[in-house]
Structure formats: structure tokens, C-alpha cells
Design a protein around this ligand. Structure first.
Ligand code: ADP
Length: 160
């Protein structure tokens, strides 16, 4: 049976750190769904459609990867899509507390779906969507930190 992983997140926008996690995941699973959270509790810079569009472009040549939007409970989505595992990225210790809380809550909601944590390449350990947006808004160069299609979108933003 093909092994299917779900990689959920806000991806506002997708960075090279996220891409690194998907690539690592692709060595372990037959299929990966990158699930883009609608996330009403956050106010994303990029609307859902744009976040989906950027991810679709980034993984256009990676047949193992599907991009989908995610609303409602993650475990419901995982069950519906017959995912075997949830994948999250762990950067620094600061990620750990929140990620542990989420993983244990998801386990409580559905004990059959495991959460796996993958560490990115060291160069992406301090990379986040927020820092990329902050630097880009201030006119800094983020070309080496994000895929080209994201870089173009960030370049088109007004600088503050
Ligand atoms: P969230 O889902 O918490 O809103 P993101 O959309 O930014 O956050 O990230 C989705 C997942 O990818 C999270 O597990 C996050 O820890 C992970 N992640 C974000 N940036 C990186 C990075 N540079 N390297 C590895 N994992 C990352």
C-alpha cells in the first residue's frame, strides 16, 4: 500500500525551508499532500489562492506531491485523504513546545495517525516565512531563501 504523508502549514509564503522538508519527506513516502491551512486565526499576507498557486508552481515537476487547501480539523482531512502520517518541520528548540502540543492533541483526536518531525538542512534552521516577509518588505534580498515564483511576488510588494 502506498505510504501517504500530509504536510500541513500556512505557507505564507513557501520558503526553501519548506521545500527542504518536502524533499526529505519524498525519500520516505510514496505520496505527499502539502495542505495549505485557511487559518482564520492568522491574517496571511498572501490570500489562500496565491499560496496554493505558488506551491503548485514549486512542485509542478514533483509527481509525488499534491497541493490542497485545508479547512477544519487536520485529523479529519488526514482520514479523508487516507494519510498515514502528519509531517512537520522542526527548526530550533523554540518550535518544540507548540509542535509537541499539536502532535499530542492530534493523537488524542485520532490515535491512528502519527506525527513525524523532520529537521531541515542547517542553512534553513533560522528561516521562517515571517522573517522572509519582514526582510523583503524592508527592501532586503531574499532571493536565495525562497523559490523564484515567491521571490517575484515578494519583489512586487510595496516596500515599507
Ligand atoms: P504554521 O503551520 O505553524 O503556520 P508554516 O506554514 O510556516 O507554519 O510551516 C509549516 C511547517 O513547516 C511547520 O511544521 C514549521 O515548523 C515548518 N517550517 C517552517 N519553516 C521551516 C524551515 N525553515 N525549516 C524546516 N521546517 C520549517
Amino acid at each position: 500500500m502506498p505510504r501517504h504523508a500530509l504536510y500541513p502549514g500556512t505557507f505564507d509564503p513557501v520558503t526553501n525551508g519548506h521545500v527542504d522538508i518536502v524533499q526529505r519527506c519524498a525519500t520516505l513516502f510514496d505520496h505527499i499532500t502539502v495542505a495549505v491551512a485557511v487559518n482564520p486565526s492568522k491574517t496571511p499576507l498572501f490570500p489562500l489562492e496565491v499560496r496554493l498557486d505558488m506551491l503548485t508552481q514549486v512542485f509542478a515537476h514533483t509527481p509525488k506531491v499534491t497541493v490542497a487547501s485545508l479547512d477544519g480539523l487536520l485529523v479529519d482531512f488526514a482520514r479523508k485523504h487516507k494519510a498515514h502520517a502528519l509531517v512537520r518541520g522542526l527548526r530550533a528548540v523554540s518550535d518544540f513546545e507548540y509542535e509537541l502540543q499539536m502532535a499530542l492533541m492530534n493523537r488524542r483526536l485520532d490515535d491512528s495517525i502519527e506525527t513525524l518531525f523532520l529537521m531541515p538542512s542547517q542553512e534553513y534552521t533560522y528561516l521562517s516565512s515571517s522573517i522572509v516577509k519582514g526582510v523583503a518588505r524592508a527592501g532586503g534580498d531574499v532571493r536565495s531563501l525562497v523559490p523564484d515564483c515567491v521571490y517575484e511576488r515578494l519583489e512586487a510588494l510595496p516596500t515599507s
